[in-house]
Ligand binder design. Structure first.
Ligand SMILES: Cc1cc2nc3c(=O)[nH]c(=O)nc-3n(C[C@H](O)[C@H](O)[C@H](O)COP(=O)(O)OP(=O)(O)OC[C@H]3O[C@@H](n4cnc5c(N)ncnc54)[C@H](O)[C@@H]3O)c2cc1C
Length: 400
């Protein structure tokens, strides 16, 4: 495959880069631009979005017919990475999690125009936020979805939901929820996916779970369902297709995480390079010490490997393939690389790296979730091992 970007994507990439430099990075050092959860406050996000929309830099992942730029997954890989040169860039262009993954899913599986207008268009326009509720506390769904205990029982034309979910990103203040619940005990057909609105009675946010890193808007919440009623018409795909819905969502969403994490990892290098070029140690700049070069060189190599894995998986998705193995490899590698990049940059910036005078400590705390969200690294290794044992030498075949 050829990694050259088309002239259209390259031109968009340069615009995104200029936008992030001009409008987003200056906000990082303004205390007044932050909310109580170390994210940008609503006013700052609204202004960034107004500017991004005015420049035509909005919703790269959505179809033209619904107001997006429809750049394809490879185009997204180039643009999301550039957007995430600042952790707040993806919010500006509307390619941040979890709305990004939810929009991609709904665009793929909602069938009628009326359904898209009802659930998807307000989300694309940025009028509402969304959440995806699957993981459960206390013995329920985590790495193993077959443990799901939140049940949906059918009464006439209505599904009644009872159970509990947790770590649901963005739940506080979200309008549109995608919920995965158990509808049967039939193997691989146990789960079904539903849509519901925040205003529907029968569910509540028990708590916003405190975490070690900065938070996405709406936090990571624990939800309780007590007889939430969802009309059958708000079911996604068929009864028993919940796992399929999850796979459709998580496939691309895992890869878009990688695209953004690569942007953040590159930013860590940028900060470390600036410091080590200037800071003197034993008569020469830090960057001229071989030990420092090995550290920076190793991160550079791992970022490049992550970009190849991510772009290859993106290319496969653009060919209509599910790219399961490729996405798992990218997810494992890029999560580790983001962590390594932040850690190395902190080390190279010395005490300053550990301070809040740079963005590095923010990125370091945020990076720890990368090895857990959307499947722990061990689960992705399990997926790869299973595929290898099944395919043997074919696992490494060329041409696909
Ligand atoms: C910041 C954050 C945001 C999240 N947002 C959402 C969200 O919006 N919606 C949502 O539904 N969920 C969300 N999650 C949950 C996330 O998807 C789960 O944390 C993840 O799937 C792992 O499940 P678990 O935490 O229950 O880990 P468990 O299943 O309890 O596993 C614990 C650990 O055991 C190991 N392990 C598990 N199984 C195996 C195995 N077979 N082999 C080897 N090792 C294994 C892994 O190291 C794993 O990390 C979020 C989590 C975090 C941290």
């Amino acid at each position: 495959m050829d990694f050259t970007l088309s002239p259209e994507i390259e031109s968009l990439r340069l615009k995104v880069r200029a936008f992030v430099s001009e409008h987003v990075i200056p906000l990082e050092s303004q205390a007044s631009a932050y909310d109580a959860h170390e994210n940008l406050n609503e006013a700052a996000v609204a202004e960034l979005r107004r500017l991004a929309k005015a420049q035509g830099l909005w919703a790269f992942q959505m179809p033209h017919t619904l107001g997006g730029l429809e750049v394809g997954v490879q185009g997204m890989a180039a643009l999301y990475e550039e957007a995430a040169r600042s952790p707040f860039g993806p919010l500006a262009f509307h390619c941040a999690a979890p709305d990004d993954g939810n929009m991609i899913l709904l665009n793929k599986i909602l069938k009628t125009d009326a359904e898209k207008q009802r659930w998807l268009v307000p989300l694309i326009n940025g009028e509402v936020r969304s959440a995806f509720a699957m993981t459960e506390p206390e013995g329920g769904c985590g790495s193993d979805p077959s443990l799901t205990y939140t049940r949906a029982e059918k009464h006439g034309d209505v599904w009644r939901i009872n159970g509990r979910k947790w770590f649901i990103t963005g739940a506080e203040g979200a309008q549109t929820f995608i919920l995965i619940a158990r509808t049967s005990n039939e193997d691989r057909r146990q789960l079904t996916a539903f849509l519901f609105d925040a205003q529907q009675p029968g569910w509540r946010i028990e708590r916003r779970i405190p975490i070690m890193g900065p938070e996405e808007h709406g936090g990571h919440c624990e939800l309780v369902f007590e007889n939430l009623e969802i009309p059958d018409q708000n079911r996604l795909l068929n009864v028993g297709d919940g796992l399929k819905v999850t796979q459709i969502r998580l496939g691309t969403a895992r890869l878009t995480h990688c695209m953004r994490w690569l942007g953040l990892a590159k930013r860590c290098m940028e900060i470390a390079a600036e410091y080590t070029r200037e800071r003197m140690s034993f008569g020469i700049p830090l960057a001229q010490h071989e030990g420092v070069q090995w550290m920076l060189g190793d991160v550079a190599k791992n970022i490049h490997t992550g970009r190849l894995l991510t772009m290859h998986a993106a290319w496969k998705l653009d060919q209509g393939d599910f790219a399961r193995k490729e996405i798992s490899m990218a997810k494992i590698h890029v999560a580790d690389t983001l962590h390594q990049a932040a850690d190395t940059a902190i080390q190279l910036c010395g005490a300053k790296g550990y301070s809040r005078d740079t963005l590095l400590e923010w990125i370091y705390r945020y990076a720890r979730q990368a090895r857990l969200v959307d499947g722990a690294s061990e689960i992705h290794k399990m997926v790869l091992s299973r595929a290898y044992l099944e395919e043997g030498a074919d696992f490494f075949r060329w041409g696909c």
